[in-house]
Design a protein around this ligand. Structure first.
Ligand code: EPU
Length: 417
């Protein structure tokens, strides 16, 4: 176990370069299994989810290297279709092996996926779609067995535009017979990134990034290449920190369009942003005003930035309303913020945040990944020392976080608990 020690209140200047997107790369790696050839994935963040997925690939028989932010995967010896239960239950994205192994071998065995405890997080959309594509799904002792003789294309309408289900069905459909149409598909940028990767292997995918995706199945795939898009949630987290502590802090390597909902809200609160091609320079503003945040699907305000943004709202004068609409349990960080001096009342999936409140350093917990980001923002602005326990959650999503913040002037240390 590790903990993060932060001395708050330091001004931040200089440059933070954004890494590749966690939620893209965690789908790109399993998707690579579809081809018998080689894949090169560039701009890969060195985070624990990536390392676990690469171990899973090796277990399936892939030869894997990871150096200079580049992963190479050689699938010529892949034979296995069963994923070790221990790996699968460690991370959410292990569910992408269902689509990938079904597409390739018409058979997959995998345990229920793990991930942050932020809601019930069912996978019924994934399994229902696979069933409609001809798959027999059985579950025994928490292990899903998926078998299909003739994986065929179908029309699917999701009740909700699920990121995971959209990507998983898209992966499986690449090698299915005939045409698959995914309607009410998720539009998050990570989906288009995965589609580009699959297309580089010869997949026929149209409309990824819109709410209707069409996939025409193909028999064979070639080698695959892709650059992972920048992590819009990592960028957003540093922009939030910059809005509170920046003195010409520049966040580089971003795609501005992916950050519109956050940039709009920051400007509404009074933050000055200087946006260039792929970077944003940000300065702190002592006179921020309250704004309302409602998380929703892309291009709306991302659920993964709701928690760090709620810490920002404690520094805005007036009453802000923070509403989470995707998950049931995105408020577990609130007691910790209140413990540090915030004035927040939360009911179910809504919080009323009164600002501006002075935050003081305390011992707090990262109850999940983005709750950890909320505590990080709080610790950075609080007076005195904040110690964040269970920091493994945070490290799952932010590459070299201590190094990146230390370089721009933060006092932050990662130590063994
Ligand atoms: N849902 C269902 N049934 C399903 C699938 C989803 O009811 O079969 C519901 C979920 O319970 C949730 C909603 O649909 O209420 C959205 O879930 P979605 O499937 O979009 O989420 P996910 O694929 O499990 C990914 C990211 C999350 C991110 C969400 C939303 C990965 C590995 N995870 O999760 O990332 O919050 O999309 O953008 O890509 C994080 O990075 O901290 C994180 C939680």
């Amino acid at each position: 176990m590790k903990k993060l020690i932060i001395e708050g209140g330091r001004e931040l200047s200089g440059e933070i370069k954004i890494s590749g997107a966690k939620n893209s790369v965690v789908a790109l790696i399993p998707a690579a299994i579809l081809t018998d050839g080689k894949c090169v994935i560039r701009n890969v963040p060195n985070i624990s989810d990536v390392n676990i997925l690469l171990e899973m690939m090796q277990e399936l028989g892939s030869i894997v290297t990871f150096e200079n932010e580049t992963v190479t995967i050689d699938n010529r010896n892949v034979k296995n279709c069963r994923i070790n239960e221990e790996y699968a239950s460690k991370i959410r994205a292990s569910y992408y092996f269902m689509g990938a192994l079904l597409g390739k071998y018409h058979h997959a065995e995998i345990a229920y996926p793990g991930g942050c405890i932020i809601g019930s997080r069912p996978i019924d959309f994934h399994l229902n779609a696979f069933t409609k594509m001809g798959t027999k799904v059985e579950e025994e002792d928490g292990i899903f067995k998926l078998d299909v003789d003739n994986l065929h294309g179908i029309d699917i309408f999701f009740d909700f535009p699920s990121v995971g289900a959209t990507i998983n069905v898209m992966i499986a459909a690449v090698k299915a017979k005939g045409r698959t149409r995914i309607m009410n598909a998720a539009c998050e940028p990570e989906i288009a990134n995965v589609a580009s990767f699959l297309s580089s292997m010869g997949a026929k995918i149209y409309g990824a990034g819109t709410s209707t995706i069409i996939i025409d199945g193909v028999d064979t795939l070639t080698d695959g290449y892709i650059d992972v898009i920048p992590d819009r949630i990592e960028a957003g987290t540093y922009l939030i920190i910059g809005a509170l502590l920046g003195n010409n802090l520049t966040i580089t390597g971003i795609i501005e369009e992916h950050l519109h909902s956050l940039l709009f809200k920051l400007r509404e609160a009074g933050v000055q942003l200087d946006v260039k091609n792929d970077s944003i320079t940000i300065n702190r503003n002592e006179n921020l005003k309250a704004v309302n945040i409602k998380t929703t699907v892309y291009p709306g305000f991302p659920t993964d930035l709701g928690q760090p943004m709620s810490t920002f709202l404690t520094q805005c004068s007036g009453e802000s309303l923070f509403e989470e609409t995707i998950y049931e349990n995105r408020m577990r960080h609130i007691p910790h913020l209140n413990n540090m001096g915030a004035d927040i009342k939360s009911f179910d999936k809504t919080a009323i945040i009164k600002g501006k409140t002075k935050l003081v350093g305390r011992n707090v917990k990262a109850t999940d990944l983005r709750a950890g980001a909320s505590m990080l923002v709080a610790g950075m602005i609080a007076s005195g020392t904040t110690i964040i326990y269970n920091i493994e959650h945070l490290l799952r999503g932010y590459e070299r976080i201590v190094d990146k913040l230390d370089k721009v002037g933060a006092y932050i240390q990662l130590v063994d608990d």
